[in-house]
Design a protein around this ligand. Structure first.
Ligand code: AMP
Ligand code: ZN
Length: 460
């Protein structure tokens, strides 16, 4: 819509818990998208929302006896830290639903004025029958839709289009906002229409999300936005297929999920997970397995070893023009792969073909010292999108509190500390004896004072 610039809206996480790697599949795809657009010389203006109000958040916050902001804050922080660990660039704007209640109220008022809504028990619904194009994105069949059938929750049955809540009347004991359209809180869909148009204009270039959002969430966004403005809402929808595990979609509600932190705690590295998530093109389902992770780890190692070899090995003097040509070909293939609807599998094949061919040339003495900078440049170009070459996994893990494992305290050291503690007790220096006990506990040693005055200990 704007020369030289691409405006993207991304449905962000619902911050009621840690995001899982299925969610991150979609966020990694979006990172590849924005990095590729920039590599093509375009400016990117991406807005991502944080859904920080929904049924579950309200319930969980009430159960914990804290405000919505307090409850969601730690998951917002965790999400941003998780993004950093995978080298996901921050969108230009990250916006919270609860900071945009006024914008949502204004949008609902516009729809009210156009007669596209009705009120029932204090809640305001979008009347789908007033938007004949409803269903055009997901091609949903509205044949089975009952006139006036409504849905009130933030979770939806698949394949069942119904009038949806724009604004929900407060339930007893629940948090609500006092507004011009009455007390209550926004439905889930209205936040994305209100925030995307506020920051990006009535018509967006690209709107992204996982495929589960196409219906009803994005269908409802279209109805709200186009209903209010009369303009096309989104020119290009990009939906990532799901990450699946044991044949099922990874999801919170099925309980079959891993967070990034679960995998880090098992010794997996951030670069491994980034590679695994980006290696399958977003239009294809990604089957998550432990073997897949191990292969991803090996692939990253291969890239890093090759890069190190380029930079440190000494080759014969001169240059081989074939190598320069080969690097240029790889760059063209990489770009063409991504230009083909972000086919990351093709793009990675171009990289690994180059690695193989150059390794072979090196082994045969056909790679010369002055060829190195050209191939380094190609690898670094790929890496503006892949972001895998720099071995910073330990640092990334450290930032999330996954330090290198401490070596276990040796038995001799344990015995010595216990003896010192006994001596401290004897001279009634309880401060010191408590300190030593704490030190042992912190080191994973369980100390037991037995009745007969002896001390037993074991590893936790
Ligand atoms: P949520 O926090 O549930 O609102 O989801 C955040 C993003 O993750 C949305 O774009 C979802 O479509 C996406 N998502 C959820 N589960 C998966 C999955 N198993 N694979 C890929 N994307 C997913
Ligand atoms: Zn959304």
């Amino acid at each position: 819509m704007h020369p030289g610039e691409v405006r993207i809206y991304t449905c962000g996480p619902t911050v009621y818990d840690f995001a899982h790697i299925g969610n991150f599949r979609t966020f990694v795809f979006q990172d590849v998208l924005r990095r590729f657009l920039r590599a093509r010389g375009l400016r990117v203006m991406q807005v991502m929302n944080l859904t920080d109000v929904d049924d579950r958040i309200i319930q969980n916050a009430a159960a914990a006896g804290v405000s919505i902001r307090e409850y969601t804050e730690k998951f917002v922080e965790a999400f941003l830290a998780d993004m950093d660990s995978l080298h996901l660039e921050r969108p230009e704007e990250i916006v919270r639903a609860t900071d945009h209640i006024e914008d949502m109220v204004t949008l609902i008022e516009r729809l009210q004025k156009k007669g596209m809504t009705y009120t029932s028990d204090g809640s305001i619904y979008f009347r789908i029958a007033t938007f004949p194009e409803y269903g055009k994105l997901s091609k949903i069949d509205l044949g089975g839709m009952k006139a006036g059938a409504r849905v009130d929750t933030d979770r939806y049955e698949k394949d069942d289009a119904r009038d949806f809540a724009l604004w929900k009347a407060p339930k007893p004991g629940e948090h609500f906002w006092e507004t011009r359209i009455g007390p209550g809180r926004p439905g889930w869909h209205i936040e994305c229409s209100a925030m995307s148009m506020k920051y990006l204009g009535d018509t967006l270039d690209i709107h992204t999300g996982g495929v589960d959002l196409a219906f009803p969430h994005h269908e409802n966004e279209i109805a709200q936005s186009e209903g209010a403005t009369g303009h096309k809402f989104v020119r290009l929808w990009l939906h990532a297929e799901h990450l699946i595990i044991d044949g099922e979609k990874m999801s919170k509600s099925l309980g079959n999920f891993f967070t990034l932190r679960d995998l880090f705690a098992k010794g997996r590295k951030p670069s491994t997970i980034r590679y695994m998530l980006l290696s399958v093109p977003y239009r294809r389902q990604l089957n998550f397995t432990a073997d897949g992770l191990t292969q991803a780890e090996n692939s990253v190692e291969r890239l890093r070893n090759f890069y190190a070899r380029l930079k440190s090995e000494k080759f014969g003097d001169g240059s081989n023009p074939e190598i320069g040509k080969r690097a240029a070909q790889a760059e063209a293939d990489f770009d063409a792969g991504l230009a083909d609807d972000l086919n990351t599998a093709l793009a990675l094949a171009a990289v690994f073909d180059l690695v193989r061919d150059v390794n072979t040339a090196m082994d045969r003495g056909e790679f010369l010292q002055q060829d190195a900078p050209r191939v380094v440049a190609a690898m670094e170009k790929f890496d503006t999108i892949l972001v895998l070459l720099n071995d910073d996994d330990a640092e990334r893990l450290g930032a999330l509190g996954f330090g290198p494992a401490k070596p276990r305290m040796g038995a001799a050291e344990v015995e010595a500390l216990i003896e010192e503690r006994n001596a401290a007790k004897k001279r009634r220096d309880f401060k010191r004896s408590d300190e030593i006990r704490q030190q042992l506990t912190d080191s994973g040693i369980i100390v037991e004072d037995t009745k007969d005055g002896t001390v037993r200990w074991k590893y936790k």
